[in-house]
Design a protein around this ligand. Structure first.
Ligand code: ADE
Length: 238
């Protein structure tokens, strides 16, 4: 079973996000356990402070070391990165992180046993957290969120659905976008004709070789139109 712990100053933000669909089923089937922790529970000074002003001046507040180190010691048993149990990851969500890809989701799903996600906030997190505790600093895209919380949800979701047996037997991740370096092909369902818009004839004739060929062509067309970088390897995807 994969264990995911999320460290945040806004635990309520996560409400019921992990209680629907595939993630809910995976939790019930004990394929994954997800726990959300309030960073403030690890702030032991008299004001339970989790953030402070940046050294050197500047805008905003920086998440402090002490509560994060205490939380990691509690969740993993040590704050010595070299002593983490095998297949343990401490992920820091930040716009400065490495871009997260489907291949990363697959690697976590294949190998990880315990993932602790630290949701950054404000102007940042004291860099000593990164230098000492973090194994993977991850960004979900080239835009700035007001905190790492939505990113933690995105990453947890993308990993959990790839865990063995998380998808029902009637679905599979094999044909997902990115699984072969391309976007997924278009899909249609009934009615075959809707307000004069008809479904491509080839999908109705039951010829699976032809359908497969059509799907490959359409996946390539879609990729060329929306994500030509995937074909040229411009962003290092291929
Ligand atoms: N926190 C703020 N922006 C982020 C991003 N793009 N990815 C991950 N965490 C973030």
């Amino acid at each position: 079973m994969l264990k995911i712990d999320v460290l945040t100053i806004f635990p309520e933000f996560f409400g019921q996000v992990f209680d629907f669909g595939i993630i809910r089923r995976a939790k019930l089937a004990e394929i994954v356990e997800i726990n959300v922790h309030d960073l403030r529970d690890y702030a032991f000074d008299k004001h339970r402070m989790v953030d402070d002003r940046p050294f050197g001046g500047g805008d905003g507040m920086v998440l402090k070391c002490e509560p994060i180190f205490a939380a990691i010691e509690n969740l993993i048993g040590t704050s010595e990165r070299s002593e983490y149990p095998a297949l343990t990851h401490v992920v820091l969500l930040s716009p400065q992180g490495k871009p997260f890809k489907q291949t990363d989701a697959q690697a976590f799903a294949d190998d990880a046993k315990h993932i602790v996600m630290i949701c950054g906030r404000y102007e940042g997190v004291d860099e000593r957290v990164n230098e000492t505790l973090v194994t993977d600093e991850i960004s979900i895209g080239d835009y700035v969120l007001s905190g790492g919380e939505p990113a933690a949800i995105v990453i947890a979701d993308s990993i959990v659905r790839l865990l063995p047996n998380a998808l029902g037997s009637d679905t599979s991740a094999e044909n997902d976008s990115f699984s072969d370096g391309l976007l997924d092909c278009p899909h249609y369902t009934r009615p075959a004709n809707f307000r004069g818009m008809s479904v491509p004839e080839v999908l109705l004739n039951g010829n699976h070789a032809e359908i497969g060929k059509w799907r490959s062509i359409k996946a390539l067309e879609k990729t060329r139109a929306n994500r030509s970088d995937l074909l040229t390897g411009e962003n290092g995807e291929m």
